[in-house]
Design a protein around this ligand. Structure first.
Ligand SMILES: NCc1[nH]cc(CCC(=O)O)c1CC(=O)O
Ligand SMILES: [Mg+2]
Length: 330
């Protein structure tokens, strides 16, 4: 066909490139993870996540108003729980006056139209740093599902629009959906972390919440008995299909960049929105390389975010959300 067909013709200048561009990023694509702590006037930078912070409720209010002005309309809440409230039962997780429950109300008061999603898992509340209740060195499934269900109800009662179970216990989506229907929370949604891998990229997040598995005899050192083996592909499809069958409104793949093959495969198979989580370690890697002067922050950030959407993600949970929105607003 050459020289009749010259592919470079469509790359001649920015006007033609933007005309034929297939993937466009907008603030609508994002879910903004937010870390919440007790206290007043607290805005603490997370050591392994430069320029990312834990907020006390008063400053959380300010932050969500700022996000809203930037066009970011959905947040995903995580709480850092004081050590003295951690146990092996998740008692504080279902406290109607707990930090998460107050954080939900704070965001809804500050920004009534902001979509509030909440993390549902036991690890911030577990004195062992695991996503479920532990007995004899085993992370119990069904007992943990009961807790996650109570926790989800408590978040729904506090006004959450969506719960986001990030624990990978079997059967929790069905249990939560049934409880929501029974209690009249017909419109409270579930975004399931359906294909969540046991990844070493979660390190900075565990610093942020002080939620890493503890080094104690008879406590599992990692989360490999519930999170997925990163060598597996078919398993991700199976997990995702089961969660949809159990009632998940949105499914998620986590982490992001190393798992875009999984995102694409799931996007091709399912008929619900697919989310991807660009996790803390991915954020930390870029920030560190930028501090060294080795990479161009905004250019690499946009390349990564665009790759996630191109791979099939309808929704991107990312610590870069605010940076991207600011850049797009420029
Ligand atoms: N259920 C805990 C949870 N929810 C989200 C993340 C990780 C997010 C990130 O690294 O940004 C984790 C960590 C883990 O599973 O240990
Ligand atoms: Mg599952």
């Amino acid at each position: 066909m050459y020289p009749i067909k010259r592919n470079r013709r469509l790359r001649t200048n920015e006007a033609i490139r933007s005309l034929v561009r297939e993937t466009i990023i907008s603030p609508n694509d994002f879910l903004v993870p937010l870390f919440v702590v007790e206290g007043k006037g607290v805005k603490e930078e997370i050591a392994s996540m430069p320029n990312y912070y834990r907020f006390s409720l008063d400053l959380l209010e300010k932050e969500v108003k700022e996000l809203w002005k930037l066009g970011l309309k959905s947040v995903l809440l995580f709480v850092k729980v004081p050590d003295n409230l951690k146990d092996n039962a998740g008692k504080e997780a279902v406290n109607p006056k707990g930090l998460m429950q107050r954080a939900i109300k704070t965001v809804k008061n500050a920004c009534p139209d902001m979509l509030v999603m909440t993390d549902v898992a036991m690890d911030p509340y577990s004195k062992y740093g695991h996503d479920g209740i532990i007995e004899n060195g085993i992370v119990l499934n069904d007992e943990s599902v009961d807790l996650l269900t109570e926790m989800s109800l408590s978040h729904a009662q506090a006004g959450a629009d969506f719960v986001a179970p990030s624990d990978m216990m079997d059967g929790r989506i069905l249990s939560i959906r049934e409880a929501f229907e029974d209690e009249g929370f017909f419109n409270t949604g579930i975004m399931s972390y359906s294909a969540k891998y046991a990844s070493a990229f979660y390190g900075p997040f565990r610093d942020a919440l002080d939620s890493a598995p503890v080094d104690l005899k008879n406590i599992p050192k990692d989360k490999k008995t519930y999170q997925m083996d990163y060598a597996n592909r078919f398993e991700a499809l199976k997990e995702t299909e089961m969660d949809i069958y159990e009632g998940a409104d949105i499914v998620m793949v986590k982490p992001g960049l190393c798992y875009l093959d999984i995102v694409r495969e799931i996007k091709n198979e399912v008929d619900v929105p697919v989310a991807v989580y660009q996790v803390s370690g991915e954020y930390a890697m870029l920030k560190a390389a930028v501090e060294k002067g080795w990479l161009d922050h905004d250019a690499v950030m946009m390349e990564q975010i665009t790759a996630m959407k191109r791979a099939g993600a309808d929704i991107i949970a990312s610590y870069f959300a605010k940076d991207v929105a600011k850049l797009l607003n420029k």
